[in-house]
Design a protein around this ligand. Structure first.
Ligand code: NAD
Ligand code: AHE
Ligand code: ZN
Length: 370
């Protein structure tokens, strides 16, 4: 079939919205009509050329929601008409990783996913001339139809609005999950969140849910303060307004260091500050941000010797087929908020404007509605 997609043709180039060809689902695959997709900073990271795994031409997008149109042979858990959220972290429930309760990183299709291919090693997308176009993160939601492995689809309730719950496909789950699944924050904790964008705001609402007492937000953009307060931030720090080193300032503000700190910037210098502003003896720092190719983190080993812990999280430690439908219920039941964070919506034709809004810091989340 012919579908409309935004194609990433090369690093640093605008997406090209065009008609491409999509082959139907093969065994254990599902054709999904994407109804809405968010634009995450990770899409921008890959489009910029900073992603060591970035490949072109490809159809980016990993924060979508839609409806099953057709299932391939062997698919047993989904049928046409089901509402779904594609998962860049699948959940096969049988691999060594899925069977280990310590991780959510299902590896059953990771190798081909990283190469922009379906599990059988081929692509379903091509140009009208028949040249292959690669998938991205196994999801490729910047297309009005996409093909996704069955194990990479969470079935969700049919009354949830696509243009809001698409955000659960990455940002919401990553931020809240980092608090609940990865850090396992206790009631009464003090926390610092670096970066108050689409992920950081969800870390804030996760901290609020977990009952943290002090929630410090750090961002260079003062425009982020108001929205962050709405999501539970108790103290705002703009590093450009702090005289001297940020670490002692934050340690003092949190009365000895935070129990938990979170990087949601992807900047390795910020990651170091986050680790070092965690409390001596027990403070844990969680890296969420994705850093560019070649970037490395560093600190004095003494920081770890004296009890601080450095951790990372992908997709908030969530097991998508199990956890995503529950997070959709939390939203529908009013336990978490999504609507105010979706600051802009646009048709696919205007998707590059969504990237411009992210660059200028004007948006939290832009959502493309098909
Ligand atoms: P975003 O662009 O919406 O937000 C980033 C925020 O960081 C902005 O508010 C910006 O002003 C702030 N910032 C930038 N540099 C800063 C600095 N030096 N000090 C303080 N604040 C600074 O991006 P996002 O969508 O929220 O994504 C954040 C990061 O999380 C990205 O690196 C993204 O790739 C990553 N991410 C990781 C996962 C995961 O599973 N680990 C999932 C989603 C996104
Ligand atoms: N490809 C990059 C790493 C990108 C990355 O870390 N992705 C996160 C999700 S970000 C979503 O917005 C992730 O899930 N990582 C685990 C995995 O297996 O990719 C690189 O540096 O090579
Ligand atoms: Zn993302």
């Amino acid at each position: 079939m012919e579908v409309r997609a935004a194609v990433a043709v090369g690093a640093g180039k605008p997406l090209e919205v065009t008609t491409v060809r999509l082959e139907g689902p093969r065994a254990f695959e599902v054709l999904v009509e994407i109804k809405a997709t968010g634009i995450c900073h990770t899409d921008e990271f890959t489009l910029s050329g900073a992603d060591p795994e970035g490949l072109f031409p490809a159809i980016l997008g990993h924060e979508g929601a839609g409806v099953v149109v057709e299932v391939g042979p062997g698919v047993t858990t989904l049928k046409p008409g089901d509402h779904v959220i594609p998962l860049y972290t699948p959940e096969c429930r049988t691999c060594e990783y899925c069977l280990n309760p310590k991780t959510n990183l299902c590896q059953s299709i990771r190798a081909t996913q990283g190469q922009g291919l379906m599990p059988d090693g081929s692509s379903r997308f091509s140009t009208l001339d028949g040249e292959p176009i690669l998938h991205y993160m196994g999801t490729s939601t910047f297309s009005n139809y996409t093909v996704v492995p069955e194990i990479a689809l969470a079935k969700i309730r049919p009354d949830a609005p696509f243009d809001k719950v698409c955000y659960i496909g990455c940002g919401v789950t990553t931020g809240i999950g980092a608090v609940i699944n990865t850090a396992k924050v206790e009631i009464g904790s003090r926390a610092i969140v670096f970066g108050l964008g689409g992920i950081g705001l969800n870390v804030l609402q996760g901290l609020r849910l977990a009952g943290a007492d002090q929630i410090v937000g750090v961002d260079l953009n003062p425009e982020k303060k108001e929205m962050a307060e709405r999501f539970g931030m108790t103290d705002f720090v703009n590093p450009s307004e702090v005289d001297g080193d940020l670490v002692p300032y934050l340690v003092n503000l949190t009365k000895g260091g935070a129990d938990y700190t979170f990087d949601a910037t992807g900047n390795v210098n910020v990651m170091r500050t986050a680790l070092e502003s965690a409390h001596k003896g027990w403070g844990e720092s969680i890296i969420i941000g994705v850093a560019p190719a070649g970037a490395e983190i560093s600190t004095r080993p003494f920081q770890l010797v004296t009890g601080r812990v450095w951790k990372g999280t992908a997709f908030g430690g969530a097991r998508g087929r199990t956890d995503v439908p529950k997070i959709v219920d939390w939203y529908m039941d009013g336990k978490i908020e999504i609507d105010p964070m979706i600051t802009h919506t646009m048709p696919l034709e205007d998707i590059n404007k969504g990237f411009d809004l992210m660059h200028s810091g004007e948006s939290i989340r832009s959502v493309v509605v098909y």
